[in-house]
Design a protein around this ligand. Structure first.
Ligand code: UD1
Length: 396
C-alpha cells in the first residue's frame, strides 16, 4: 500500500490565497495519497484581506492560525518563524508548500528547511532584479531553500538556472492564479459588479496601489493628485489597501473627486468582476499584471521594473515607471495597448495545480544535496523519520 504523505501549506497575505487554493483543491482530490494541513500566519488579518478569500475560494478555515499580525519586516518574519516551528515539529509534514514572495513565505521556508523538511515554492523564479523590494529578497531566499521550484513562465526558469539551481528541482507547471480564475469564472461573471456600482462595462479604470515605494513616501501625494485628475477624465474605481488608506489618512490627503469611487478592499469575486469589465487597470501589484494579461485588459503599472516581464512582452502591461504624474495620460494610451492582442501562455490554462500535485506525487529531490543523477525520491519516510535537530548534528 502506498503511503499517505502530509503536505502542509502556508498562507499569510492576500495574494497567497488565490495561488494556493487550487493546489489545496487538487491535493484534497487525491486524499488517498495526501493529507493536507493549512497554516495561516495571520500576516493579513482583516476579514476583507483574508477570510473573504478563503470562503470564496472554497478553502475553508485554516487548521492553524498563527496570528502574527503587522510589524516591521524583522518582527513579522521572526514572529512567523517562532510560531510555525512548533507546528511543523508537531505535524511533521513531508513537504511544506509556500506561495509567492511575502514575509510569511520566506519565514516558513527558512524554518522548514532548518527542520530538514523539504519546501515546495509555488511561483518560483520571479525576479525584478531590484533588491530594494522586500519581495525580491524573499524570493531569492525562498528559492535557494526550496527542493521543488514550480515556475509559471520561461523567464522564471531561466532565472533559477542562472542562480545555479539544479534543473531537477525546477518544474514548469504554469500559473495557479489562472487556475483560480478559471475555476471561479462562472461565479465571477454572475457577480456583475460594475452594474452593481452603477458603472457601464468599459467605462472605468480600476486602481490598486499598496507598495511601500509608492505609498510610504512623498509619491503618494502626487499619485492621489493624479488620480483625481484622471477621475475628471474617466470613472476611477479605487479599492484601497489598508496600508494606503492609513497613509492617506496620516497625510490628510484629499482623494474625493466627481468620477472617483473609493471602496474598501474587495473580495476576489467582486474584484475580478470589476477587473474583467474595466477599460484598464492601474496598479503596482504583481498578481494584477498577470490577471490582466490573461484577461486581455490593458494594465498600467506604476513601477520602474517588474518581476513579470512576460506581461510586457505580450503587450497588455505597460510600465509607467514610478511616475504617478503620468496617470492622467492613461485614457490616451488604452487604445494602443488594446490593439496589441493578448496571447495565452503555456501552462496558463487552469491545470497548473494538478501538474504541481503530479510532481509532488512522484517524489521530492534530496534538497540538501541537489541530485545530479536526475532521480526524484522521497528523502524521508513517514515511519522511522530521522530529523536533524541541530546544525552541529548535520555537520558531524
Ligand atoms: C504584503 C506583502 C506584499 C503583497 C501585499 C498584498 C510583504 C513583504 N509584503 O504587503 O508583497 O503584495 O501584502 O496585500 O510580505 N494591514 C491591515 N490589515 C490587514 C493587513 C495589513 O490593516 O489585514 C495594514 C497594517 O497597517 C500593516 C500594513 O497594512 O502594517 C501593511 O501590511 P503588511 O502585511 O505588512 O504588508 P502589505 O503592504 O500588505
Amino acid at each position: 500500500m502506498r503511503e499517505v504523505r502530509t503536505v502542509l501549506s502556508v498562507v499569510g497575505a492576500r495574494p497567497n490565497f488565490m495561488k494556493t487554493a487550487p493546489v489545496i483543491a487538487a491535493l484534497r482530490q487525491r486524499s488517498n495519497r495526501f493529507e493536507h494541513v493549512l497554516v495561516h500566519t495571520g500576516q493579513h488579518y482583516d476579514a476583507a484581506m483574508s477570510d473573504v478569500f478563503l470562503e470564496e475560494l472554497g478553502v475553508g478555515a485554516p487548521d492553524r492560525l498563527l496570528n502574527v499580525g503587522s510589524g516591521t519586516h524583522a518582527v513579522q518574519t521572526a514572529r512567523v518563524m517562532e510560531r510555525i516551528e512548533p507546528v511543523l515539529q508537531e505535524v511533521g509534514p513531508d513537504l511544506v508548500l509556500v506561495p509567492g514572495d511575502v514575509n510569511s513565505t520566506v519565514a516558513a521556508a527558512l524554518v522548514a528547511a532548518k527542520l530538514d523538511i523539504p519546501v515546495g515554492h509555488i511561483e518560483a523564479g520571479l525576479r525584478s532584479f531590484d533588491r530594494t523590494m522586500p519581495e525580491e529578497l524573499n524570493r531569492l531566499v525562498t528559492d535557494q531553500l526550496s527542493a521543488l521550484l514550480f515556475t509559471h513562465s520561461p523567464e522564471a526558469q531561466a532565472n533559477l538556472v542562472r542562480e545555479g539551481i539544479a534543473m531537477e528541482r525546477i518544474h514548469a507547471v504554469g500559473n495557479t492564479m489562472v487556475d483560480t480564475l478559471e475555476a471561479m469564472r462562472e461565479r465571477i461573471n454572475a457577480v456583475d459588479a460594475s452594474n452593481g456600482h452603477g458603472l457601464e462595462a468599459g467605462s472605468y479604470v480600476i486602481v490598486t496601489l499598496h507598495r511601500p515605494a509608492l505609498v510610504d513616501g512623498p509619491l503618494l501625494a502626487t499619485a492621489v493628485d493624479a488620480l483625481r485628475k484622471l477621475a475628471s477624465r474617466t470613472n476611477v474605481v479605487f479599492p484601497i489597501h489598508p496600508r494606503t488608506a492609513s497613509a492617506i489618512r496620516r497625510l490628510d490627503l484629499r482623494i474625493d473627486a466627481p468620477g472617483m469611487r473609493i471602496l474598501e478592499p474587495l473580495g476576489y469575486l467582486e474584484f475580478l468582476s470589476l477587473l474583467t469589465h474595466a477599460a484598464a487597470a492601474v496598479t503596482d501589484s504583481g498578481g494584477i499584471q498577470e490577471e490582466t494579461t490573461y484577461l486581455g485588459i490593458p494594465c498600467f503599472t506604476l513601477r520602474d521594473n517588474t518581476e513579470r516581464p512576460i506581461t510586457c512582452e505580450l503587450g497588455t502591461n505597460v510600465l509607467l515607471g514610478l511616475r504617478p504624474d503620468r496617470l492622467v495620460d492613461v485614457p490616451d494610451m488604452i487604445g494602443d495597448v488594446r490593439s496589441r492582442a493578448a496571447r495565452n501562455l503555456p501552462g496558463w490554462d487552469g491545470y497548473a495545480a494538478h501538474r504541481i500535485v503530479d510532481v509532488i506525487e512522484s517524489g521530492v529531490p534530496d534538497w540538501r544535496e541537489p541530485p545530479h543523477d536526475g532521480r526524484l525520491r522521497w528523502t524521508r519516510s513517514t515511519t522511522g523519520r530521522q530529523r536533524v535537530d541541530t546544525v552541529s548534528d548535520r555537520v558531524r
